[in-house]
Ligand binder design. Structure first.
Ligand SMILES: Cc1cc2nc3c(=O)[nH]c(=O)nc-3n(C[C@H](O)[C@H](O)[C@H](O)COP(=O)(O)OP(=O)(O)OC[C@H]3O[C@@H](n4cnc5c(N)ncnc54)[C@H](O)[C@@H]3O)c2cc1C
Length: 388
């Protein structure tokens, strides 16, 4: 068990590079995209050129040859400035490309990963449906083989809230679908790759969201969507286990994102408290504000330690599922609390959208919901405690 969470020089260099990019390129522009509910194509293209979408993948597939820790470091630094670009990266890599890398054949990897790694194409993961999110075993979307073994898959159903699924550069959506029944009647769930633009796939207009307004989230409907048999990822009927694995990892990435948002709230509050005066002195000279800042820093620090610990277990090949759930549960709570405190420190200006903390406040809440709600994390942790 590794408890050394200091970064290697390579990881630290990556962190600094993304920190500078977020500060110099994302921060000056993103507020306007957010207000217009517009996807920031130029920023995402630049992230692609930097290799961020290929961070954890081997070079032979167009990746950077890094690891999951590297991806999470980049996500944390982006979220420190803006969560829409951070979730675009997280969903594109951890949900979009990772299932192909983890479960795809060599041919599938070579076919789809290079464009996803370069950021020329974005990947999406379609698990949630109108009637099932937390209880993803209740999937209703179906995929049947036309003409028996070796025939095309024909997919019917609806997926809700799918990130990256309706941009101009969306390349593919990996969907979960019921492909049969076990002898006891329970569903056999499989994952199938559906390229964007496949006939019968309808992408709804973007939702009107509380936050993440410069990211792309859509409802998708599938009516007799036909893809070749070769688009099945991994073994038929293994889809449930596959998405559990993808979500376990993804929770580390969402915890890193929540840590970034919590740190961003502290960054903004520190500088505001030093310059805003009331009663003839900077508000930051009041101990009550100093204590808020100290608590915000402590929360961001513990959230960071938690996700880095889960990531180091993942890299070491150790079990990490419970630690990932704890990291996500804790970091998302920290993000919501720091966002509330940052808004408070900014007073009325904190309620104005032109201030980054207003955006952070709106972006924080979804961290307690996406990729497994806080209740689901508690269920996973409690199950582990009972089994131990
Ligand atoms: C902006 C956004 C982006 C998203 N991106 C994606 C994506 O890219 N791909 C994708 O597949 N999904 C995506 N989602 C969906 C997201 O993962 C789900 O919303 C989430 O998993 C919760 O599912 P639900 O909304 O159906 O809530 P429900 O499962 O209906 O839960 C409602 C409430 O009931 C609670 N609850 C449910 N069961 C229990 C229980 N047994 N015990 C106690 N409490 C319980 C939940 O914790 C929650 O508080 C996204 C959602 C949003 C809002």
């Amino acid at each position: 068990m590794s408890l050394d969470h200091r970064l290697t020089p390579e990881h630290e260099e990556l962190r600094r590079t993304v920190e500078a990019f977020a500060h110099d390129v994302v921060a000056p522009k993103i507020g306007e995209f957010y207000e217009r509910h517009e996807f920031p194509y130029d920023i995402v293209r630049e992230m692609g050129r930097m290799g961020l979408f290929g961070l954890p993948f081997p070079e032979e597939y167009g990746g950077m040859g890094g690891d999951y820790l590297a991806l999470c470091l980049a996500i944390e630094e982006l979220a420190r400035v803006d969560s829409s670009v951070a979730i675009t990266l997280e969903a594109g890599v951890s949900l979009g490309a990772m299932p192909i890398f983890r479960f795809g054949t060599e041919e599938q990897r070579r076919r789809w990963l290079p464009a996803l790694c370069s950021g020329e194409a974005l990947g999406a993961f379609g698990l949630t449906e109108p009637d099932c999110g937390s209880d993803a075993g209740g999937t209703r979307t179906t995929a049947v083989r036309d003409g028996g073994d070796g025939g095309d898959w024909v997919i019917n159903g609806t997926k809700s809230f799918i990130t990256n699924s309706g941009t101009d550069i969306t390349g593919l959506i990996t969907v979960t679908a019921v492909t049969g029944r076990k002898p006891d009647g329970s569903p056999l769930i499989s994952t199938i790759v559906v390229p964007a633009g496949t006939p019968g796939l309808t992408v709804a207009p973007g939702y009107s969201k509380v936050g993440w307004n410069a990211s792309d989230t859509r409802e998708l409907s599938f009516v007799d969507v036909r893809v070749p048999a070769s688009h099945l990822l991994g073994e038929e009927g293994r889809g449930y286990a596959q998405f559990l694995r993808i979500l376990d990892e993804g929770r580390i990435a969402i915890a890193a994102m929540a840590t970034g948002l919590a740190q961003g709230c502290l960054d903004e509050s520190l500088s505001y408290a030093a310059t805003r005066t009331a009663f003839g002195r900077p508000i930051g000279d009041n101990q009550v504000i100093e204590f808020k800042l100290a608590d915000m820093a402590t929360r961001a620090y513990t959230a960071r330690i938690a996700w880095r610990d889960a990531a180091s277990r993942l890299l070491a090949g150790e079990s990490f599922k419970t630690e990932a759930a704890m990291a996500k549960l804790h970091a998302s709570d920290v993000a919501v609390t720091n966002a509330r405190e940052a808004t408070q420190i900014h007073g009325g200006y904190g309620f104005m959208n032109e201030y980054p903390v207003a955006r952070m406040w709106r972006d924080a809440k979804i961290l307690e919901i996406g990729e497994g709600t806080s209740e689901v994390q508690r269920m996973l942790i409690a199950r582990h405690l009972k089994a131990a």
